[in-house]
Design a protein around this ligand. Structure first.
Ligand code: PLP
Ligand code: MN
Length: 383
């Protein structure tokens, strides 16, 4: 058994993009860095803290690049997801979500011994679980009370409910009230720029009303955190948020690409699936090696990308587990042909977050040359 092969890497630094063994998740480093720089510059100019969401990338190398540019820390959506980031040296992590039960509270309380951690609550039982775990572990947590500002997901309804949760927090000095989380996911994907601006304004108004009611009751909210890639330009200007949590802007997936962008803050596609034509079937179609196990289709099928722009010739029309079917696009020029067997095609996935969760590594490319492989270390960590 001694000469059994091991799996070779998909690529090595110095390889050409076209030589990557596919399917592979590819990051265009130039576009990615411009996205990070644009987001940090906008936050800095507005005097708002940037705490980018790491659930989009699950990649410690990206979190470190964000913190190096000025991010105050990161968000994670799950407790276990935070662990690889802490191990990589990211020590300021907000769990932008609720947890219940001793297992998660205990892991969070243990991690909190090594950094500045926070988490959301919207029920006294969550407070009790966190209080017990932090007391046992001898750690402290910053607590955000989440309010529902229209998404209809987690969060309490109003300021009186916030005040009731503050009473539940009061007996536990190791749990510090840090402020409010107010996130409205539905706003992010409103397509029209003006409509999205109006939807973000309504969400910010609901947030401001709760902050004002709490102030009238003598309660200050040091931090108001929320926002995502689709609303961030409006949230920055709202005067309501002190901290923003965009995630997908680093990649700009196909779904965000369908939003009408404004002029203030624009992001570029930096994330691609490199795939290969592995069969040309019976003609009239070609078959790629990238299907459902390489990309998420909950926000639509991927776009085929050619010469730095969406292809007007080729359309990805169906995804099987390990096959992608490509045909000539409606409206392709007369005489257009399908790519031959062995051709590499780049795809822009519809939704970045679940796509990242399908891959162990990002192949990082600049100018068509592989620079590095970045482990997607938090892949699969959904507990
Ligand atoms: N904050 C919370 C609580 C979220 O659930 C999300 C995404 O769903 C984000 C921030 C980041 O959003 P996006 O990746 O769309 O920028
Ligand atoms: Mn998403």
């Amino acid at each position: 058994m001694a000469d059994l092969p091991t799996l070779p890497p998909a690529a090595r630094p110095g390889d050409a993009l076209t030589a990557i063994d596919t399917p592979a998740l590819v990051l265009d480093l130039d576009a990615f860095e411009r996205n990070l720089d644009a987001m940090q510059a906008a936050a800095t100019a507005a005097g708002v803290a940037l705490r980018p969401h790491a659930k989009a990338h699950k990649t410690p190398a990206i979190a470190l690049a964000q913190v190096q540019r000025g991010a105050v820390g990161i968000c994670c959506q799950k407790v276990s997801e935070a662990l690889p980031f802490l191990q990589a040296g990211i020590t300021d992590i907000h769990i932008s979500n609720q947890t219940v039960g001793p297992a998660k509270a205990t892991l969070l309380a243990r991690m909190a011994r090594h950094g500045r951690f926070s988490v959301c609550v919207d029920h006294a039982q969550q407070v009790a679980d966190l209080a017990a775990a932090t007391a046992a572990e001898g750690s402290t947590l910053r607590i955000f009370i989440e309010i529902d500002i229209g998404q209809g997901r987690c969060g309490v309804a109003d300021a009186p409910a916030v005040l009731r949760l503050l009473e539940a927090l009061a007996p536990h000095p190791q749990l510090h009230f840090a402020g409010l989380q107010a996130y409205q996911g539905g706003v992010q994907h409103v397509r029209g720029h003006a409509q999205r601006r109006d939807a973000a304004a309504r969400a910010a108004e609901r947030t401001a009303a709760v902050v004002a009611a709490l102030a009238a009751a003598g309660v200050a909210c040091p931090v108001v955190t929320g926002g995502g890639s689709g609303s961030v330009e409006f949230d920055l200007a709202s005067g309501v948020y002190t901290e923003l949590q965009p995630g997908s802007h680093v990649f700009m997936d196909g779904d965000y690409g369908r939003n009408e962008a404004g002029t203030a803050l624009r992001f570029e596609h930096s994330l691609f699936i490199a795939s290969t034509v592995m069969s040309v079937g019976g003609g009239g179609r070609c078959i790629l090696d990238a299907g459902l196990k390489s990309l998420a289709v909950d926000s639509g099928l991927p776009a085929v990308w050619q010469d730095g722009a969406p292809s007007t010739t080729l359309a990805y029309t169906a995804a099987n587990d390990e096959h992608g079917i490509v045909r000539l696009a409606d409206g392709a020029a007369a005489g257009a042909t399908l790519p031959p067997l062995g051709s590499q095609l780049l795809l822009v996935p519809g939704h970045c977050d679940p796509t990242l969760n399908l891959h162990d590594q990002l192949v990082v490319v600049r100018g068509g040359v592989v620079q590095a492989l970045w482990p997607v270390a938090a892949r699969g960590l959904s507990r």
